[in-house]
Structure formats: structure tokens, C-alpha cells
Design a protein around this ligand. Structure first.
Ligand code: FES
Length: 414
């Protein structure tokens, strides 16, 4: 533990002032902070003052920084005496900050201190040739390579009394030195090389059961779709029953007989119905039901509950000049995109598009309004859908790689 005191009076300069370049630099640092918060620049200014004054901070420099920042000198002194990055005593050309905290102490820092005392002398004294001085400091954050010392701006690690003594000699004589670990290891890897995490099985996914988790996630998603579908069906059933009851109240029981409650129902977010859409294929599985509902919310109800409430009729598409888009004879690479991810496209429309020569999102994304209109006009039984559901915008989003959580997910263009 070092004692943080100002240097004795006889080594203190009578005054300190930033030179012109540093004054300008200090002004730029201060300007980074809001008005009234200039004190935030205290550490950079002290650092620059130390750099200008041969690597240590005299009292006059601390007071000059206090004046510059409009701070009480005591406040600046508190900062300067807290951080060992600020040297309060004159330092040698090579200033050794030797870590004495527990990890370094356990790994031999005490012996290194003795080397310092032997080669340099007591802490905070400079050798007669002005080359070396040292100070014990707290942890410098290189504990895994303990024991270590910071010398000027470099770290020297894995020190032993022998290599440390040699290092001090090299510094004093101006011989080149090698910062970093002083033993045969790279950076902070274990001594002797890595000896953990060497089993290749750790990195091929087999240990965590790669594949199993994918199945688990797929199952969870399917369960979520099923739950959402059942919930939507229950809500729609309740709504249909309420509407049937209201109709009965208005028209009498005869009308209600022709309007049985639906067996399947529309999702919570209904879409306009389409005419002549069969429901049979959509009822095989919950997810198929969900998909069919997305494709045609009226599909689950139209044939089973034709009169409970008149289904909304799709608005006719505005008259747009038609232009035939570029079509394919087959899917590129033998596999087309899942066009059913486009809101409003179900199995029938997907098949119809494929037969037309449309297989990929990027095809649809590139259509002009006239090309969309050309396709729309040929969607037998679904005319108006492509324009109404803005397939181009949806396909653009899907072509970027975006995918909904499930086929009950958000409309791509949203
Ligand atoms: S204890 Fe010495 S660097 Fe952390």
C-alpha cells in the first residue's frame, strides 16, 4: 500500500501553467461537458499536467487545474491523491508501479519489492542517474498473469526476481525489453497452453443435444398455434351465438334455423371473406385450420353458417391497366418460397400461383401495380385479393428474410 502524500516542499516548483498547446487541449476537454459540469474534466487535465511536468504532479499543478475548472483546490487534491495514476513525487525515466494486491502478492510480489528496494531504493525515490523509481500500487487488472508491474505505459507480467532484476537492468542500460508476459505464453492463456475446453464435442452441439432442442422448439410453436387457433374458434363461436340470439330476437326462430352456429370460426383478426372458398382441407389439423382461416377467415364459417350474418363482400379492385409479369416455368433451384406466408394466400391460391409461374417472394416483390393487376385478374374465385392484401408490400418484406412467428403471425406488410 502506497502512502499518497505530496512531494516535500523543496522539490515543489513555485508555479505551474499549461503551455499554449496544452492550454488549448484543456479548453477542448472542458468544452465537452455542459455548462456547470466543467469539474468532470478534472482527470484529463491532471493527466495532461502530469505529462507536461516530467511525469509527476506538483502542488502548483493541482492548484492550476483547480483554478482552471473553478474547483476548490481540496477537491482536486482528493482526486490526485486517490488515483495512483497520478504520481505525487518526482519519478525516474522509467517509473515502475509494482502491484502488491493479493493475487500478485500470492504469486511473489513481495520478492519483487525486495528487488526494487535493492536495485532502486525506497519507494518514491529516484536513482541517482534519474533512470528508475518505483511505487507499490493496487491491482492493475492483470491478475491472471501475476505478479506484474506497469512501467511507464507498458505492462510486464509473469515476473520473477530474476527476470525482474534483468528487466530493470535492461531499462537502465537502454536495452530493448519485451512488454507483456515474460514467459512462454500468449496474452493471458494458461501457463503451458490451454488445457480446458479441448473436447471437439463441446463445439459440434452434440453435448447439448443439438437437434433435440430444435424439435422441442418446433413442438412448442405448434402447440402455440393450436392454442391460438382454439382460442380464436371459441371466441368466434361465442360471437356467432350472440349474433344468432340477436337475430332470433329480431326475426323469430324460423330464421335462426337456417343459421346454425358455425363449427369453425374466424380468427380474432378477421379478413374480408372470399366467395366459393371450400373449407374441407383447412380442417385437418389445428395449424391447417389456422392457415385456412388466415387465407380466408370466412372459409371456416361460410358453408356451415351462411346466414348467421352476411359475410362482407370484397371490394372490387380499382381499374388498373394490366401488364403480364415475368413468370417462371419452375421454381429456381427446384424449391419455391412458402407463398402461404403472404397474408391472404392459402393452399389453393399457392397452387394457383405456382401453376401461373409464380414461385418466389422476390418475383412478387418486383411486380408493378399493372403486373399485380394482371395476376389479380387471373385468380379465379379470388379476384381482388392480391390488390386488396397488397401482396407486393408483403412480398418485399418476406424477400428480406423476415418471417412471422407462425403462420398465424403478423401480416408481413405491417
Ligand atoms: S492483483 Fe496484481 S494485477 Fe491484479
Amino acid at each position: 500500500m502506497s502512502v499518497r502524500r505530496l512531494a516535500p516542499d523543496h522539490v515543489q516548483p513555485t508555479s505551474f501553467a499549461f503551455n499554449a498547446a496544452n492550454e488549448n487541449w484543456a479548453d477542448q476537454q472542458i468544452a465537452k461537458y455542459p455548462e456547470g459540469r466543467q469539474a468532470s474534466a478534472v482527470i484529463p487535465l491532471l493527466w495532461k499536467a502530469q505529462e507536461q511536468h516530467d511525469g509527476w504532479l506538483p502542488r502548483a499543478a493541482i492548484e492550476a487545474v483547480a483554478r482552471k475548472l473553478g474547483m476548490a483546490p481540496m477537491r482536486v487534491l482528493e482526486v490526485a491523491t486517490f488515483y495512483t495514476m497520478f504520481a505525487l513525487q518526482p519519478v525516474g525515466e522509467h517509473f515502475i508501479q509494482l502491484c502488491g494486491t493479493t493475487p500478485c502478492a500470492l504469486r511473489g510480489a513481495e520478492a519483487l519489492k525486495k528487488v526494487c528496494e535493492d536495485v532502486i531504493g525506497p519507494q518514491s525515490t529516484v536513482t541517482a542517474d534519474g533512470k528508475l523509481s518505483w511505487l507499490e500500487v493496487e491491482c492493475l487488472g492483470a491478475c491472471c498473469n501475476a505478479p506484474m508491474a506497469q512501467i511507464n505505459f507498458d505492462y510486464y507480467e509473469d515476473l520473477t526476481p530474476d527476470n525482474f532484476r534483468k528487466l530493470l537492468g535492461d531499462l537502465r542500460e537502454g536495452r530493448p525489453t519485451k512488454p507483456g508476459p515474460q514467459v512462454d505464453r500468449s496474452c493471458s492463456e494458461p501457463l503451458g497452453g490451454g488445457d480446458t475446453l479441448k473436447d471437439p464435442a463441446l463445439f459440434d452441439g452434440s453435448v447439448i443435444g443439438a437437434g433435440d432442442w430444435q424439435k422441442r422448439i418446433t413442438r412448442q410453436r405448434e402447440d402455440a398455434i393450436k392454442i391460438a387457433s382454439e382460442k380464436a374458434a371459441a371466441e368466434a363461436m361465442a360471437k356467432a351465438e350472440a349474433e344468432a340470439a340477436a337475430t332470433m330476437a329480431k326475426t323469430g326462430p324460423t330464421d335462426v334455423k337456417t343459421a346454425p352456429a358455425p363449427e369453425a370460426a374466424a380468427p380474432a383478426r378477421p379478413k374480408p371473406s372470399e366467395p366459393n372458398q371450400p373449407a374441407s382441407a383447412a380442417q385437418d389439423t389445428p395449424s391447417a385450420t389456422s392457415k385456412a382461416i388466415k387465407d380466408n377467415p370466412a372459409e371456416g364459417t361460410a358453408e356451415k353458417a351462411p346466414a348467421a350474418k352476411a359475410a362482407p363482400v370484397a371490394e372490387p379492385a380499382p381499374a388498373v391497366a394490366e401488364s403480364k409479369p415475368q413468370l417462371l416455368t419452375a421454381a429456381r433451384g427446384g424449391k419455391g418460397d412458402d407463398l402461404e406466408l403472404i397474408w391472404g394466400v392459402g393452399p389453393r391460391l399457392g397452387k394457383m400461383l405456382n401453376e401461373m409461374g409464380v414461385w418466389h417472394f422476390d418475383q412478387v416483390a418486383a411486380w408493378t401495380p399493372a403486373e399485380l393487376a394482371w395476376v389479380d385478374a387471373r385468380l379465379t374465385g379470388f379476384k381482388g385479393r392480391a390488390v386488396r392484401d397488397d401482396w407486393i408490400s408483403q412480398a418485399k418484406k418476406l424477400a428480406t428474410g423476415w418471417r412471422p412467428e407462425s403462420k398465424l403471425g403478423d401480416k408481413p406488410a405491417n
